[in-house]
Write a protein that binds this ligand. Sequence first.
Ligand code: XMP
Ligand code: MG
Length: 178
Amino acid sequence: MERIKILDKSFVPFISKEEISSRIAEVGAMINKDYEGKQVLLIAILNGSFVFAADLFRTLTIDAAISFVKLASYKGTTSTGNVITAIGMEERLNDRHIIIVEDIIDTGKTLSAFMPEIYQRDPASVKIATFLSKPDALQYKDIKADYVAFEIENKFVVGYGLDYDGYGRNIPSLMVLE
Ligand code: XMP
Ligand code: MG
């Protein structure tokens, strides 16, 4: 794929769909091995992770369920300022093996706010799988992904579920801001 324009910005090819698919097969194989004989519940965070979640989910051969949550952040009255509410968290989590699925961990702020919601529901275990992580951008050091498909530089990317202002999610490969 050549350079593309989304709204006012240009993006160039970064990670091909072939590289993505073979790497996701590797990540799925690790999960299958780590959870052999167990049942897992994937909790994918909308919107960005839906493409990655769908592909990762289909590499799993263990007993796997999936559920989706949408996070809404608003200014709260707590000292930290931001409160995250999870919409769609109806699933029972106690004594279950949970894998949180994200599209990208950038500063870590989103997951840092969301993870306490998970822990307070007494899961048997919790791990994080992310399509991308930007180690140089991480500010919330309590957030550590257990499965990372690709570590990337601190650059803005779109495609494979990730968007620029709502667009670009349908691009099957990953593109980077020119
Ligand atoms: P934090 O900082 O909370 O960021 O870890 C996670 C969320 O920020 C968005 N994000 C991006 N979206 N290209 C995108 O399309 C990027 O390069 C990018 N970096 C961060 C994304 O919504 C993610 O869930
Ligand atoms: Mg996201």
